[in-house]
Design a protein around this ligand. Structure first.
Ligand code: NAP
Ligand code: GCO
Length: 268
């Protein structure tokens, strides 16, 4: 084995929704491994904000406006990237939203919106890049799944349905396009401190931890929230030649949550 197999030199990586948060951290790690970074977001102001963050990090990234739920826009983005940057070797389906609403209070329109961005989005983006990957002789697709690809919890029915579906879309892409040297794997982040989870970590008026924050610490053997940077190494591995025979796998990066029953009462 050659350590060079972990490098991404000469590769173009498209990371969706990567102006900040997990997508940004993954893109930064991939840039560190030698990849050229392309990212998209839904509004120009977010792309501009992202570009400023990449510049500050010393990364010469390429930012585009594109909504991952828009099939025509996705095809246009992939064509533009090919022309302006180069063919895409790595796609990270990171863009996603969550709505925390009890199921009986959730409208079908809200449910559809979450599924549209979190599940249809990765389908649309993957469909847009796979023909080019086949033409190039291979490629890597990484889908950002969740604890909710395995577990349920009150208030996240749409998100769990979408992320459970994304786990299976991952296995299906691996099954359908593995013979073209395309590896499609998932990363299942545990609870990561990003704007998406900020409401769950907001300190109480009396300064105490948010009850959900304490709950997550008790469920996580690592006894901390993950940082977006914790996803960098796993993402680089799954994007690199070092993982060429890893396909249809979901790599949970969760500080041990899925292995653990939760902190037991003292003395038991
Ligand atoms: P985040 O901070 O909310 O970032 C998500 C990004 O996706 C934002 O830049 C967002 O733009 C963008 N986005 C939303 N809808 C989009 C669309 N239709 N087209 C293009 N971009 C869009 O979230 P995060 O915590 O970094 O999460 C990133 C991914 O990891 C998500 O798929 C999330 O479900 C998953 N995840 C997060 C955690 C966690 O604990 N944080 C754990 C497991 C999995 P706006 O700012 O306009 O919304
Ligand atoms: C929630 C959280 C989660 C995380 C993550 C867990 O409300 O339970 O936001 O869904 O974001 O996806 O892996």
């Amino acid at each position: 084995m050659d350590m060079k197999d972990f490098r991404l030199d000469g590769k173009v990586a498209l990371v969706t929704g990567a102006s900040y948060g997990i997508g940004f951290a993954i893109a930064k790690a991939m840039a560190g491994a030698g990849a050229t970074i392309v990212f998209n977001d839904i509004r120009q102001e977010l792309v501009d904000k992202g570009m400023a963050s990449y510049q500050e990090a010393g990364i010469d990234a390429h930012g585009y406006v594109c909504d991952v739920t828009d099939e025509a826009a996705a095809a246009e983005l992939v064509a533009k990237v090919k022309e302006e940057v180069g063919p895409i070797h790595i796609l990270v389906n990171n863009a996603g939203i969550i709505m925390r609403i009890p199921m009986l209070e959730m409208s079908a329109a809200q449910f559809r919106k979450v599924v549209d961005i979190d599940l249809n989005g990765p389908f649309i983006m993957s469909k847009a890049v796979i023909p080019g990957m086949i033409e190039q002789g291979g490629g890597k697709i990484i889908n950002i799944c969740s604890m909710m690809s395995e577990l349920g919890r009150e208030t996240v029915s749409a998100y769990a349905a979408a992320k459970g579906g994304l786990k299976m879309l991952t296995k299906n892409i691996a099954s359908e396009y593995g013979e073209y040297n395309i590896q499609c794997n998932g990363i299942g982040p545990g609870y990561i401190a990003t704007p998406q989870t900020a409401p769950l970590r907001e300190p109480q008026p009396d300064g105490k931890r948010h009850p959900f924050d304490s709950f997550i610490l008790a469920k996580t053997p690592a006894n901390r929230w993950g940082e977006a940077e914790d996803l960098g190494g796993p993402a680089v591995f799954l994007a690199s030649p070092a993982s060429d025979f890893v396909n249809g796998h979901i790599l949970y990066v969760d500080g041990g949550i899925l292995a653990y029953i939760g902190k037991q009462p003292a003395g038991e």
